[in-house]
Design a protein around this ligand. Structure first.
Ligand code: MN
Ligand code: MN
Length: 463
């Protein structure tokens, strides 16, 4: 069973595919953290007429078909609803994806000086090949929460007038021992120290100071960004690759950028709701969560009660809340748990099984199961649900393919699918194929992004 190349659909005119990719590239370049994604979603949703759930509750409002509602969870995860004609108990069609990406987090006590270099200590977040994070331009994104309650937004290294940051690597001339090491040990976690200064303070009082370079850096931080060393204790600053997402290839068919996993699914999920202006029969939801890369844990991860609580509020607004209504709403829901799929890589073909791999350019990918070592940790979608999904996609002329994550026993991975499956929802993993997943720069095909948008729209309308 060969699946066709999705570009063939656009042989005469690919302008819609290219135009949608432009919006996505802007999003990818501007939103490199979960918080930046949520800020973007709130602004866009408000522009499109969505109202915050908190506002409706405060006003004692009621829910009716056609209402468009959003809710942010601590600025790190986000839910968007298009309220349908049917009661919520008939279930919600959910597009789930995550908005956190692998990166390096600045530690709580990060700044130190060594041999006239000022450095920032980091702890990596998610699965990274540590050797990929050295010798590339890095930016700092995040927040500093001060004791007086103010929260400063930090974004340094993206404007062309900004400085960038970098982690050094050992020169090849002295690397004979390093190059004998296993890949996981070539660069180790505690060596991911971000270089951030080399100039000591110049005034007389401090000339003999032990850590004059660190002192200078802290002074500059205070002057320019208005926070003290102690404020790092209550900061969340993420070190991410600096720079914009770019078109890739002579044909501009692909995008090279940081954080496709999983913004390449989150963005079309969000846009599918935004661009669906008709009142659907069932309520549709885009659920965009944090912390997937470290196990979906914590208040902003998929395992949090956030979603369930929002559903309870919606039921209350629609009539009268009861536990059985909430349970029915959950169990009758259908989900596309969207996360990136490993694209077949001809450079590393030995870890893939050709007949069951995802290919760049062949459309939206469905993974009946993911997992590792005999499907362990997987949400194995039912055959009946898979049949329903096939029909929805075929009827809407969406190019799709099915895949596993690599060859049996080559490795594996998980998604948020099983967590929603625990509510007895119908769930299948879906998403876009990515090359170099979890690298500082990942690669996707524009046509796969567009087929995802079409597939998501067809799903919320027909599931
Ligand atoms: Mn992912
Ligand atoms: Mn991932």
């Amino acid at each position: 069973m060969e699946r066709k190349n999705a570009w063939s659909k656009y042989a005469k005119d690919a302008s819609q595919v290219m135009a949608f990719a432009e919006g996505y590239k802007r999003f990818l370049s501007d939103c490199k953290t979960e918080r930046e994604c949520v800020d973007f979603f709130i602004a866009k949703a408000k522009d499109a007429g969505y109202v915050s759930l908190d506002e409706i509750i405060a006003k004692g409002g009621k829910l009716k078909a056609g209402d468009r509602i959003y809710q942010s969870n601590k600025g790190k995860s986000f839910a968007l609803f298009n309220i349908g004609k049917a009661p919520l108990e008939e279930g919600i069609n959910i597009l789930g994806a995550h908005i956190d990406s692998p990166r390096l987090d600045i530690k709580q006590n990060p700044v130190y000086e060594d041999t006239d270099q000022a450095l920032l200590d980091t702890h990596y977040y998610g699965g990274v090949k540590k050797y990929q994070w050295v010798t590339i331009p890095l930016a700092l994104h995040g927040v500093v929460a001060k004791k007086d309650g103010t929260v400063l937004k930090i974004n340094i290294g993206e404007d062309e007038t900004d400085p960038v940051f970098c982690i050094s690597d050992l020169l090849i001339h002295l690397s004979s021992d390093q190059l004998e090491k296993k890949g996981a040990k070539v660069v180790e976690g505690e060596d991911l120290n971000v270089l951030c200064g080399n100039m000591p303070v110049f005034d007389k009082d401090n000339e003999k100071e032990k850590e004059a370079v660190k002192t200078n850096v802290l002074r500059l931080i205070k002057d320019k960004y208005d926070f003290d060393e102690e404020d790092f204790l209550s900061a969340e600053i993420e070190v991410v690759p600096a720079g914009e997402a770019r078109d890739l290839g002579f044909d501009r068919s692909m995008i090279l950028g940081y954080g496709h996993d999983d913004r390449v699914c989150a963005y079309p999920s969000f846009m599918a709701l935004l661009e669906t202006t008709e009142v659907l029969n069932k309520t549709a939801c885009a659920l965009l969560v944090d912390k997937e890369e470290i196990g979906s844990v914590g208040a902003s991860g998929m395992q949090s009660l956030f979603y369930e609580n929002v559903v309870a509020e919606l039921i209350e607004l629609q009539g009268e809340y009861s536990e059985i209504k909430r349970r029915r709403t959950m169990t009758n829901s259908s989900v596309l748990s969207s996360d990136v799929s490993a694209a077949f890589d001809p450079n590393y073909s030995n870890v893939f099984e050709k007949n069951n791999s995802a290919y760049m350019g062949r459309g939206l990918v469905f993974n009946k199961y993911t997992g590792a070592r005999g499907k362990s940790g997987s949400n194995d979608a039912s055959a009946e649900y898979m049949a329903k999904i096939r029909k929805i996609m075929d009827d809407a002329n969406v190019c799709f393919q099915t895949a596993e994550l690599g060859k049996v026993d080559a490795g594996g991975g998980g998604t948020i699918a099983y967590i929603l499956g625990n509510y007895n929802m119908e769930v299948i993993d879906a998403g876009v194929a990515v090359l170099s997943m979890h690298a500082p720069c990942e690669i996707i095909s524009k046509v796969d992004l567009y087929e995802a948008l079409l597939g998501y729209k067809a799903f919320i309308k027909n599931a």
